[in-house]
Design a protein around this ligand. Sequence first.
Ligand code: PDD
Length: 278
Amino acid sequence: MAIAYLNGEWMAPEDAKVSVFDRGFMYGDGIYEVMAVYDGKVFTLEDHLVRLKRSLSAIRLPSPHTDGQWRSIINEAVLRGNETPAYLYLQVTRGVGSPRSPVYPVVSKPTVLITVMHAPVLERIEIRPYKMVTKQDFRWGRGDIKVISLIANGLLKNEALDEGFDDALLFRDGELTEATASNVFMVKDGTVLTPPKSNFLLHGITRDHVLGLLAVAGVRCEERAISHAELLVADEIWITSTGSEVWPVGQVNDCVIGDGAAGVVWQLVDRLFQASKE
Ligand code: PDD
């Protein structure tokens, strides 16, 4: 059973309605988080709460709840949703403002929406490495804020799909940033590389979790700039996100990565990641 929480009320997701004057609808003026629920528990909840507060503060929207209140609403949503595995989606907008004014309302009552929906379980055998295409990252300069305005990400993803690929790998000034809804890792000669955190990419919770697992396992990792040429000769590439966890990439443009199948370091990371859910 899926559930929605909207501004203090519980309901079926299809019954949740917001005003046409909501600034989320009018201006895309809001932020969000996506969390995974495994075995009835929100995975890496505390990290998501930290990023939620960071995003709110970056868009100058005071948090409508304390950490304790967020935890208790989120945990109640998981209980009421009674789905596992599931995705918990949390969105906060600046609420209803005067129609068509970019000026922030003096007193804003943020709109808070949380939904919990069933997530598919993937057998490892079903994991098929992605075919990715490289594209210019033309998004705005604050990819580190998890904003609800995903127009550019959607355009890039759909261009990639129309060209016969699964997704796009994005480059800004010749350096890899991320994919349209995930962070990117590559492996070269046994070292794992991923772009450093900056204002041009989302500071993925899964990215940090994977770096932590690799550090414990003693695998050498470097957070540094990755060029287009370097990426194309990677031994392995994977993307990471809450939804895709750690997903292998077998092809970039017309270059096969490794032998096109999920690599040995991916196998290790996937094993560590699956174990870390327990
Ligand atoms: N996507 N980069 C972008 C642009 C993203 O949208 C996401 C997440 C990530 C990975 O972040 P995390 O590991 O914290 O999920 C990186 C989510 C899942 C989404 O929009 O559905």
